[in-house]
Design a protein around this ligand. Structure first.
Ligand SMILES: *[C@@H]1O[C@H](CO)[C@@H](O)[C@H](O)[C@H]1NC(C)=O
Ligand SMILES: *[C@@H]1O[C@H](CO)[C@@H](O)[C@H](O)[C@H]1NC(C)=O
Ligand SMILES: *[C@@H]1O[C@H](CO)[C@@H](O)[C@H](O)[C@H]1NC(C)=O
Ligand SMILES: *[C@@H]1O[C@H](CO)[C@@H](O)[C@H](O)[C@H]1NC(C)=O
Length: 378
């Protein structure tokens, strides 16, 4: 065993040396995205970029698990802990709280390996104190919003505008927010030196409420008399597809794609009526598979070519990306210490390559019963 490990390690060292660059890592999180709300599961959706990324250039993750709603899934990705070891609340409207400050988030880990770290989109991990802001949790830059949802056109929530560049307000009134992300992404990628390793966290606002979509995407779909919001969700998926396609195109144009791993996932299942989780039971806010088994796939040049166009039944939890990204970047994923649970995530690279598709988790706890309405478990 020891000999095998030694041989394996030196082989890995040689392989890594010939690649001669740390991989670019991109994580796209689509908000409230139904399991079946993508063209390769439902032809009533137009998502050409997702389709090609997943079914031609990538691997579908058929058993990818998340929390049943928003913020805990994000915390789990960012900290590598299962939701019940990170937090199960959505940040309340008042209270000076945010994701456990003792935990090292994935961008901070990757920075120690020389990564340039960017976030564009929705944070939802606390913002009442500056220490909870993305730029103080490891991101070099952040553009987007800090709460859980807002008007897609005015960026207003209740009576305030929530759109930021790092820690300064950046009003974008009048532009649909996923389009502002494209503007921000264009600048980030244009300015990026491809010899530096790149980490992008892209938690899109789509397809989260309020249900709004630009006409050019709405017009792709017929009016639905059973569920009037269905058409808007379909259009919002197409917008998310468009933004992801833009990022992929820029990575290809800059010659970065061959050394990139991109992960695309929902943060939780779709809502009933407007979203579709077919054939799974349940929806967002439930522990049924329709709430927690997310639409997910990986793509990018880093994925071995013999895995493209396939799907895996290997069980993966969203916390696993922390450990996997650390492993790929050559960073120790350990984050144990006082005042925090240790990292739960497991390296899933062997599942992605097909070397071993069996999860290394003995069990994958989805969460404990938690009273969402009280939001008191801070
Ligand atoms: C956004 O623009 C509209 C139209 O000009 C205006 O009525 C509204 O007050 C603006 N909202 C904010 C938050 O600036
Ligand atoms: C995104 O949509 C816009 C507007 O329809 C279009 O001009 C652009 O080519 C699309 N981008 C991609 C990558 O599909
Ligand atoms: C209308 O919406 C319902 C509920 O989401 C869905 O089952 C049905 O397929 C939709 N019809 C069309 C024509 O898209
Ligand atoms: C962070 O660690 C300190 C020191 O161990 C502890 O007192 C505090 O409660 C921890 N914070 C959280 C949110 O667990």
């Amino acid at each position: 065993m020891a000999l095998f490990k030694l041989v394996f390690l030196s082989f890995f060292a040689i392989a890594a040396a010939t690649v001669n660059a740390k991989p670019n890592l991109v994580f796209v999180l689509v908000d409230d995205w139904g399991f079946a709300d993508v063209s390769f599961r439902n032809p009533a959706i137009s998502s050409p970029h997702f389709e090609s990324l997943a079914t031609k250039e990538g691997l579908i993750l058929d058993r990818h698990y998340v929390f049943k709603y928003c913020s805990p899934s994000r915390a789990s990705f960012l900290t590598g802990r299962f939701p019940h070891h990170a937090h199960q609340w959505n940040p309340p409207q008042s209270g000076l709280v945010g994701a456990n400050i003792n935990m090292t988030m994935i961008p901070a880990k990757l920075k120690t390996a020389g990564y340039k770290t960017h976030m564009v989109g929705k944070w939802h991990e606390g913002f009442y104190l500056k220490k909870f802001l993305p730029i103080n949790r490891g991101f070099d830059t952040m553009s987007g919003f800090l709460g859980g949802g807002e008007d897609h056109m005015t960026q207003e929530i209740i009576c305030a505008v929530d759109y930021w560049k790092n820690d300064a307000i950046d009003t974008r009134n009048g532009t649909y927010d996923d389009y502002t992300y494209v503007e921000d992404l264009s600048k980030i990628l244009t300015n990026h030196d491809p010899s530096d390793p790149f980490f992008l966290y892209l938690p899109l606002h789509n397809v989260h409420a309020p249900l709004q979509a630009p006409d050019e995407f709405l017009n792709l779909y017929p009016v639905n008399s059973t569920c009037s919001d269905r058409r808007t969700i379909q259009a919002m998926v197409s917008v998310a597809d468009n933004v992801t396609g833009f990022v992929v195109k820029m990575l290809k144009d800059k010659g970065m794609w061959d050394n990139t791993l991109i992960v695309v996932s929902a943060d939780n299942g779709g809502a009933p009526c407007e979203g579709s989780n077919y054939p799974l039971k349940g929806s967002k806010m439930t522990f049924y598979e329709g709430g927690v088994r997310s639409l997910a796939f990986v793509s990018g040049g880093l994925l071995p070519s013999d895995r493209r166009g396939k799907k895996t039944e290997g069980f993966i939890h969203i916390a696993d990306w922390y450990t996997t990204f650390c492993q790929l970047a050559g960073v120790d994923s350990d984050d144990s210490g006082a005042g925090k649970f240790p990292v739960d995530g497991m390296n899933v690279w062997p599942i992605l390559t097909g070397e071993n598709e069996k999860t290394q988790h003995e069990q994958i706890p989805l969460g404990y019963h938690f009273d969402f309405s009280s939001n008191s478990n801070t």
